[in-house]
Design a protein around this ligand. Sequence first.
Ligand SMILES: Cc1cc2nc3c(=O)[nH]c(=O)nc-3n(C[C@H](O)[C@H](O)[C@H](O)COP(=O)(O)OP(=O)(O)OC[C@H]3O[C@@H](n4cnc5c(N)ncnc54)[C@H](O)[C@@H]3O)c2cc1C
Length: 443
Amino acid sequence: MAKKILIVGGGYAGFYTAWKLEKLLRAGEAEVTIVDPLPYMAYLPFLPEVASGSIEPRHAVVARRRHLKTTANIAGKVTGISHATKTATVTPNAGEPFEFAYDHIVVTTGSVSRTFPIAGIADNAIGMKTIEEAVAVRDRLVGNFERASSLPKGSAERARLLTVTVVGGGFAGIETISELRSFATSLLRRYPEISFDETVFHLVEAMGRIMPEVSQQTADWVVKDQTRRGVQIHLDTQLSSAVGGKIELSTGEHFESDLIVWTAGVMPRPFLRGTDLPIGPRGHVIGSPTLRITTEDGEALEGAWTAGDTSQVPDISPTPGPGGFCVPNAQHAVRQGKLLAKNIAADLRGEGVREYNHKNKGAVAGLGVNTGVFQSGKFAMKGYFAWLAHRFYHGLAIPSWERKWRVFGGWVGHFFLGRDIVGIEAVQQPREIFEEFAARPKA
Ligand SMILES: Cc1cc2nc3c(=O)[nH]c(=O)nc-3n(C[C@H](O)[C@H](O)[C@H](O)COP(=O)(O)OP(=O)(O)OC[C@H]3O[C@@H](n4cnc5c(N)ncnc54)[C@H](O)[C@@H]3O)c2cc1C
């Protein structure tokens, strides 16, 4: 009988697990099913460039039904797991919830934005964790330029529309603010009514430095470079309030900002605490170096595996990350996903499994068109060549040649035609125009 493998979440780790399993499994050995509410794996490192119009949103996601040939897809969420009985509750996007019996479960549900109870954040801010958020940020920025251009110079409303705030100075936050700054600067050419000085970009970071993944020297260079380009970086500063878009900082500074992007941390999905899987102190599924789920005492659960942001996997490399666990990044999610597939195949055949031991290869970031940073150990590259390295690395890293062509094709198009400045904000209320003019039966 073919064993049933259930992959919960088809993002980075889940997608790579399924992709590799398709190559490794022999006919009739196992049936693989992915449950995910989304029909695609999102290539999250591209979100800042989607937000800044450098990459088309659909090019930054990979359709699972196109690229996974033998894996079954269920559009829905896993809302419960009882590993004691090896069943998962699936709540499909349409239809009634049902129980799914499995032999092996792979928990790769990623992470969501982690916020703090700061007044106004839940109501006014947006994350940078999904393709939909990136699209909305791009459209909002362009829409704000349109609105501001017809308001009187010096008005408070115009200033609010042209002020952007990003909270969090990690990779995602710095890439987001710098891409948006670069986008706004390029928009100015098409909006002669708006001057550079009116476009204000704030980056708020609670720690005394940005980008912990790179050296202090490289981080200092980024602060200097982005300040020169028009980003105000507030270090050692916390956001105190954002009620109604009125930003108050712990330093006493305050200003109004229409677009507030929250990138200050991620956390595993809270539903996992309601399952019978062992959960660590910060909500992660407890994993071992072999990517098996284990109890707190390190006892492996038969047929249970985890990888990626949702997992707490010990980092056994010679240079372990903070806290001794693999940090939540795509490098780990991809490599863990591939190893996880090998380990499941080995386990099905009664062979030994391997440990995940990956030395960090470094970090590369795009900081707006034509500038970026790359750091590997003590070696650092800054500026144009680092930006090229960023584009080549990520352009080649997105899964499938079909997607690589689309991404590189878009960049080549932008090189000759300039970046696309069109915002289609109305897509967020697509029925508005139809409803306004639709004929209705007389009462
Ligand atoms: C803006 C940004 C930039 C980044 N840049 C980099 C970078 O340059 N380099 C790098 O290494 N990392 C980067 N990262 C981090 C990297 O993208 C993540 O670490 C990686 O996506 C984690 O993969 P994952 O498979 O754990 O989760 P994800 O890729 O998020 O996948 C999780 C999947 O689970 C699904 N899911 C969630 N809940 C359920 C449920 N209940 N049932 C079924 N399915 C569910 C989701 O829909 C999703 O498809 C970046 C992240 C962001 C946000």
